[in-house]
Design a protein around this ligand. Structure first.
Ligand code: HEC
Length: 145
């Protein structure tokens, strides 16, 4: 009897854990090729932020500008390799956050080029990161059936 009780307790504890790990983000459907493209862009975003952070720490504004410009909207409208099918699938909110990121990179590049203080580029980086994290908290990609 004691064992049965312990088993029930264990099962309850496990089910609570499973519930806590539930993913409540909105699922957006993409084909494997679209997903691969999106994730590739994402990794480039992260690399750019790494590079910008590194260059800022060395007060190397030319490199800040270069890394930021490479991910900005001017050089990426559309981003090379962009799949035509993707645009129609983007919600307004998705597009807004993606645009904030692209425009943010262009703004960092312009700021570094005109020699504004590093605090300004740090604040712009913070703004970009807010769009990264907002989108990540909202969406997850699921493969199109
Ligand atoms: C418009 C929405 C959106 C924006 C903006 C966005 N992401 Fe993402 N990102 C996603 C989604 C969706 C995933 C996949 C999450 C999932 O399916 O669990 C993802 C995945 C990633 C990954 C994982 C890549 C991999 O290979 O698995 C990285 C790294 C990443 N994002 C970095 C960033 C950075 C850095 C920024 C900001 C500069 C950013 N993202 C902005 C939506 C976004």
């Amino acid at each position: 009897m004691k064992h049965v009780f312990l088993m029930i307790c264990l099962m309850l504890a496990l089910s609570i854990q499973v519930q806590a790990a539930e993913d409540n983000r909105e699922a957006v459907s993409r084909t494997p090729a679209e997903k691969a493209f999106i994730l590739g862009e994402m990794r480039k975003f992260l690399e750019a932020l790494q590079s910008i952070n590194d260059s800022l720490s060395r007060h190397d504004l030319a490199s800040v500008s270069e890394a930021a410009e490479a991910r900005g909207r001017t050089r990426n409208s559309p981003p090379p390799g962009m799949l035509p099918s993707l645009k129609a699938k983007e919600t307004d909110t998705w597009r807004q956050w993606a645009q904030n990121v692209r425009i943010g990179f262009d703004t960092i590049a312009a700021s570094a080029k005109s020699g504004e203080p590093i605090e300004r580029q740090l604040a712009l980086t913070r703004d970009i990161l807010q769009s990264c994290t907002a989108c990540h908290a909202t969406y997850r990609i699921e493969l199109e059936p």
